[in-house]
Write a protein that binds this ligand. Structure first.
Ligand SMILES: [Zn+2]
Length: 167
């Protein structure tokens, strides 16, 4: 202890809820891991070309995004890449109003925010992301969505800032 500052010493939410903690030691370190061939290509395509690349099963034809190496249905290795989206359909959403610790920076996540399930055109799977609409009365499953790209893209899922409704 002492050489690090715990940035997560938050005791109350903005609207007064008390957040309890239990001490179980202190550990802080930098770490990284290899994303592998499939996620590396997926994220590099977002960063460099602002496009969504998915993998397609040679057996059943199912298109997966985010891409994965093995089809969850047939257990076949997938080596065919197909572009999907960038637009898609809203499949579900949750408007979150209770803040919790954001693992990206250790502070409280700004609320409200909206988590969504979106199926990009040409894909058979849903992708989880964010939407800039926080009024649940203005969202409806089946709405058309499009990505809003971050200006400075780094090869992260956050290279898509959020999805917005196409009105
Ligand atoms: Zn398959």
């Amino acid at each position: 202890m002492g050489m690090y500052t715990d940035k997560r010493k938050i005791t109350h939410t903005h609207d007064g809820f008390e957040l309890l903690t239990h001490e179980s030691g202190h550990l802080e370190y930098d770490f990284s891991w290899h994303l592998g061939k499939y996620w590396s290509r997926f994220l590099a395509e977002l960063r460099d070309n602002k496009r969504f690349m998915a993998t397609k099963c040679p057996e059943c034809g199912m298109v997966f995004i985010p891409p994965r190496q093995v089809c969850g249905r047939c257990y076949k290795v997938m080596e065919e890449w197909v572009e999907v989206g960038p637009e898609g359909e809203l499949k579900g959403f949750t408007v979150v109003r209770f803040p919790y610790i954001d693992a990206n920076h250790g502070g409280l996540k700004q609320v409200p925010f909206t988590s969504i399930w979106v199926t990009l055109d040409g894909a058979d799977t849903r992708m989880i992301h964010f939407c800039n609409e926080h009024d649940e009365h203005k969202l409806e499953v089946g709405m058309r969505m499009r990505p809003v790209w971050a200006e400075n893209r780094t090869g992260s899922i956050h290279d898509v800032e959020y999805f917005e409704v196409i009105r």
